[in-house]
Write a protein that binds this ligand. Structure first.
Ligand SMILES: Nc1ncnc2c1ncn2[C@@H]1O[C@H](COP(=O)(O)OP(=O)(O)OP(=O)(O)O)[C@@H](O)[C@H]1O
Ligand SMILES: [Mg+2]
Length: 239
């Protein structure tokens, strides 16, 4: 019998009953190039594929997530775009979130490199879960350590702590850096929910406004990489 490629990931219906506020997923790491946009767009695409009403808020002046949406094929499930970076007022985080369609179930928020201080605090205040993608190299792990400390000490987080998880991104193999990342996270009691392999599939999917789950035959390893990430989100949303 042919195995269905979708078997490893059970379609996750995260639709919520009407009038419940959308779940807000903040993707952040002050380190540039850690995979924030890649994680954001793949989560948005996954949720949209599974019949959720998704809004993507892009706070990065580079506009990478917004550009990704602008090349998305009309036949793919719709994702509502908010190019929040076009406004410079740092106090508008909340108002952007209120301006998404009323039936929005999930908001995925892409943030720029260098996020710190009051702007970081504001984002942390107005989200439900925080995902931190980290490339497992010594330099990136050091930067992530510092960023995670900033998050934990930020007034916006301390006012109402929320679940944080780390995703190792562009993992090439079971390298020393990868092991160090695990030790570091264990010391902070922060879950390490997934490791995404380094593959051109992410790059190719992004070119066409797709997530890797939109490919007709996604690579099994990529599907399993995403399973734990999606499962973790699901657990947080069911709490
Ligand atoms: N798992 C992966 N495999 C291969 N390439 C990847 C992977 N993740 C990200 N990339 C590529 O690495 C580059 C940086 O990724 P991305 O833009 O997602 O990072 P970022 O944290 O959003 O960067 P910035 O801080 O500039 O916003 C991009 O070219 C992206 O396509
Ligand atoms: Mg980015």
């Amino acid at each position: 019998m042919t195995r269905n490629i979708w078997d490893p990931i059970k379609p996750l219906d995260m639709r919520r009953v009407k009038h419940q506020p959308p779940k807000r997923i903040l993707v952040a790491n002050a380190k540039g190039g850690s995979g924030k946009t890649t994680v954001t767009i793949n989560i948005a695409a996954y949720l949209a594929k599974h019949k959720n009403n998704v809004a993507l808020i892009d706070h990065d002046p580079q506009g990478s997530s917004s550009q990704w949406l602008s090349v998305r094929n009309d036949k793919l499930p719709d994702i509502y775009s908010v190019a929040a970076f076009r406004r410079c007022d740092v106090n508008t985080t909340r108002s952007y979130q209120l301006n998404v369609p009323s039936d929005t179930t999930h908001i995925v928020i892409d943030t720029p490199a260098g996020l710190s201080g009051n702007v970081l605090s504001d984002h942390l205040r107005h989200c439900d879960v925080i995902l931190i993608p980290v490339v497992p190299s010594a330099i990136d792990i050091r930067a992530a350590t510092s960023f995670i400390k900033d998050v934990l000490l930020s007034p916006g987080f301390r006012a109402k702590p929320k679940p944080i998880a780390v995703i190792a991104n562009r993992v090439k193999s079971n390298t020393l850096g990868y092991k160090k990342l695990g030790i570091f996270l264990a010391s902070l009691n922060i879950p390490f929910i997934s490791s995404l392999r380094d593959t051109q599939h992410y790059v190719r999917a992004a070119e066409f406004g797709m997530g890797i789950h939109d490919f007709s035959s996604p690579h099994e390893k990529d599907l399993s990489d995403w399973q734990s990430l999606i499962n973790w989100l699901k657990i947080q949303f069911e709490r």
